[in-house]
Design a protein around this ligand. Sequence first.
Ligand code: SAM
Length: 293
Amino acid sequence: MNHKLISTPTRTAAIMKKYDIKMKKSLGQNFLVEPQILDKMIHAAEIDDTTTVIEIGPGIGALTEVLALNAKRVLGFEIDQRFIEILKDTLSPYDNVQVIHQDILDVDFGGDELAWLHQEERLVVVANLPYYITTPIIMNLMKSRLPFERLTMMMQKEVAERMTAEVGTKQYSSLTIAIQNYMESNIAMIVPKTVFIPRPNVDSAVLNLTKREQPLVEVDSPDAFEELVQTAFTQRRKTLWNNLRNAKNSWVEEYTDEQLQLALETAEIEGSRRGETLTIDEYAKLYRSLKND
Ligand code: SAM
């Protein structure tokens, strides 16, 4: 390469000056200015020249460029119109990149325009996420029928810890269960605030989520299962029994005390336990007992 990578602090500063960019905090705009971190992300996602990558939020192209250099093809979705023009300039040396101006939460991965993604040899999603929508982005991707193998994503460290938490810990939550049912998760690295411009208020982590061949538990309605787990965690300090009895905005609220008692007995789970002590298998047992399945 005869020019400096976009992710070097000097080049990023030059691009920001040239285009007079003011970052929008509301859109989670923090640019990575440490090429080594990007190399590690490429490694964590196992990107090679057979890999097609979907990137969320290319910004001015720091990560996109390194993806373009290593992957077969890159498709980015960026919500901020200002960056679309800038990316045409910064990514002009690369002919394997396409950036679409769209909110990632509005993308229809089942539509005709993106049907080609379903034919790719190996598909992964890589992003330095806008932190304000980390969970909806991951949930949407998991619910889409996109045949990705892995999500490799920079996110708030605390959220990565919740997604990888062990049962019985403070971080274990309904989010942990929602993720772990479908994905194997591991934290690839912890990332300090200092590698971003501007610096975020929180530390970050790169999380690898690799799709399981089969979910850990199969249930007739994943949405209803999720609702039950959320109900059990409504008030963390209360017992399972209390949270189930006081369920609101959930199908569980239709159950009488007797029905709840019977379901707990059938599932062999003590109502005096707290939600955070139940494994995903125990939640599945409780779900099936409640549904008489
Ligand atoms: N990829 C760049 C990097 O690593 O330096 C920028 C990452 S920055 C943390 C997040 C990016 O996501 C910003 O460019 C922001 O404009 C974009 N973004 C925020 N909300 C988005 C959304 N709903 N859909 C698509 N992109 C979004």
